[in-house]
Design a protein around this ligand. Structure first.
Ligand SMILES: [Zn+2]
Length: 126
């Protein structure tokens, strides 16, 4: 494979993966927010039952817990969808089958020398 062909295939694969995707950063942010929110809400729920607060306060806490669980389920759905798009569209090394898209700087330098950054096999003709 020539360098131009590789760059064209790589940019096309990255474009296909990015299309209709929510970024992993947003998904991780939702997971982190829920990781903080759920223990706090469980503590509030425990306190509301311990101090016998009004039904409305308990219902609000229960509603927020349900919202948190739904947010996690939606984030998991988009995470799985992103991973499946990555597996489906990513340009892969012919020998080790690992992904050659969204590379880090040291990996781009390996590609510039014509080698796979994972297995050092020659993939781009110099
Ligand atoms: Zn490889």
């Amino acid at each position: 494979m020539t360098r131009e062909t590789f760059i064209n295939k790589q940019s096309e694969a990255e474009k296909q993966i990015r299309q209709h995707c929510i970024s992993f950063g947003l998904i991780y942010a939702v997971w982190l927010a829920m990781l903080i929110a759920i223990p706090c809400l469980l503590a509030f729920a425990y306190c509301s039952f311990y101090f016998h607060t009004k039904f409305v306060a308990r219902a609000v806490i229960a509603g927020e817990l349900i919202f948190c669980v739904l947010a996690i389920l939606v984030a998991n759905h988009f995470y799985k969808r992103n991973v499946l798009r990555w597996v489906r569209y990513a340009l892969k090394c012919p020998s080790c089958r690992r992904s050659l898209v969204f590379l880090l700087r040291w990996q781009v330098e390996e590609i510039a020398e014509g080698r796979c950054p994972h297995c050092q096999e020659t993939i781009v003709d110099s």
